[in-house]
Design a protein around this ligand. Structure first.
Ligand code: NAP
Length: 396
């Protein structure tokens, strides 16, 4: 066997670094030559649902407050199959999906100040616009536009893949917990193995100073992820009486705050019963009785909350885009702060996305991934999407 000596090892590291630099130079050159179109993955008919298709779309010029990103990586969110099924933002297809983005800035609008061409960035695409899933698995580059306030520099220590797992889920957890969790609070976050849930548990336990974080799951893996994320107690929501368990842990009072990001009508009723008198029940999305978006159903949740004097707080990232009036300067500053803290806390190892699976950006792989997300099976933490092999895997 030949053991490389120190000099040989140093030579091979140097060669690797030079190859890496050459690759980055190539990517930069390509970034500067922006093609007119790219092959994306999305829906081509109103409410077509899954499966998504490959669709050729123009690469758009950034408006004054927008950044054009050459995409390295993305991740899957339930929102994507819901948009394809319901088209509830009223878009005219074709619509390319892939709203979480990391990559390199390819062009900037005239008013953009905080990032420049060539910067490695992380962003959430405008939810009224197109995303960045390419159908060519890096064979040809793909591009997406993001507003400057939703675009932040990517820390060097964070890979494009991890970074792209953050925007939508992190902002959802941030909107639910930042400013609502008090130091020492007992917080119940159901579904601590989910995309939003595991980040929310980390945020409450490691950053916001919650005294006790309680979570739940239905599989040994998702319950383990909730524990790993910092939950002090994790229950099985299919078998345990969690409200009774929380009462035991809090001398009969109940949790100070529940953050429910599960979109489960049955779950809402259970988690509403776990809040203490005068506490807060924070729900992500449209809330009880409306989760299908198609029909409204009667929900007992408001009656349960009112009877206990619990504050019902609704957070909804999507609303910022469906109701532009609420996306004022204050809201923009809040979202920008969220994106900035996402990078900072990930860099410090405090709120770190768990990538349960990584898939290539192909029509087939994305359809399979979204179907499994929809069925609620086999999704642990986040599913990351490699949009450009060279950028997502080799470079940071
Ligand atoms: N409107 C918005 O701003 C917005 C933004 C982001 C997300 N969302 C919505 O929020 C939901 C969650 O998103 P996600 O990315 O976190 O999805 P996800 O990764 O599929 O996670 C769903 C989680 O919910 C848990 N769960 C399901 N039913 C439950 C119940 N009855 N009690 C406790 N936990 C339960 C699951 O636990 P097990 O796997 O252990 O069963 C899983 O951990 C989706 O519907 C998404 O569309 C809305």
């Amino acid at each position: 066997m030949h053991w490389p000596n120190v000099r040989e090892r140093a030579k091979s590291i140097k060669k690797g670094e030079e190859e890496q630099k050459d690759k980055q130079k190539d990517i930069m050159k390509q970034t500067l030559t922006i093609p007119e179109t790219f092959l994306g993955v999305g829906y081509t008919k109103d409410r077509a649902g899954l499966p998504l298709e490959a669709v050729r779309v123009p690469v758009r010029q950034p408006a004054a407050d927008q950044v054009l990103i050459r995409v390295a990586a993305s991740s899957l969110n339930p929102l994507e199959y819901k948009l394809a099924e319901l088209n509830f933002l009223g878009r005219t297809p074709p619509v390319v999906l892939g709203l979480d983005l990391s990559g390199i800035v390819a062009a900037t609008g005239s008013a953009v100040r905080d990032v420049a061409v060539g910067d490695a960035v992380v962003a959430m695409a405008d939810l009224n616009g197109d995303g960045g899933w390419g159908a060519g698995n890096g064979g040809e580059p793909s591009y997406a536009l993001a507003k400057e306030f939703l675009t932040v520099p990517k820390p060097e220590s964070l890979s494009f893949l991890s970074a792209a797992a953050l925007p939508m889920c992190f902002l959802s957890a941030f909107a639910g917990l930042y400013g609502t969790v008090g130091v020492g609070d007992t917080v119940y976050i159901p579904g601590g193995g989910g995309g939003v849930g595991h980040l929310a548990v980390q945020m409450a336990a490691r950053v916001l100073g919650a005294g006790q974080v309680i979570s739940s799951g239905s599989t040994s893996q998702s319950m383990a992820l909730a524990r790993q994320s910092g939950a002090h107690y994790v229950f099985d929501y299919k078998h345990d009486d969690i409200a009774a368990e929380i009462a035991k842990l809090t001398s009969g009072r109940g949790a100070d705050l529940v953050f429910d990001a599960t979109y489960s009508e049955r779950g809402f009723v259970e988690t509403a019963k776990a809040v203490r008198r005068g506490g807060s029940w924070v729900v992500l999305g449209v809330g009880p009785g409306k989760t299908t978006r198609l029909v409204e159903t009667q929900s007992p949740v408001d009656a349960i909350l009112t009877e206990r004097g619990v504050k019902h707080i609704n957070v909804n990232i999507l609303r910022y885009f469906s109701e532009p009036a609420i996306l004022d300067d204050k809201a923009k500053a809040f979202l920008k702060r969220g994106m900035t803290l996402a990078m900072e806390w990930a860099r410090q190892g405090l709120v770190v996305p768990h990538v349960g699976r990584t898939i290539d950006s192909t029509v087939e792989a994305i359809n399979v991934g979204l179907l499994s997300l929809k069925s609620g099976s086999a999704t642990l933490g986040k599913v990351a999407v490699i949009v450009d092999q060279d950028m997502a895997i080799d470079t940071r």
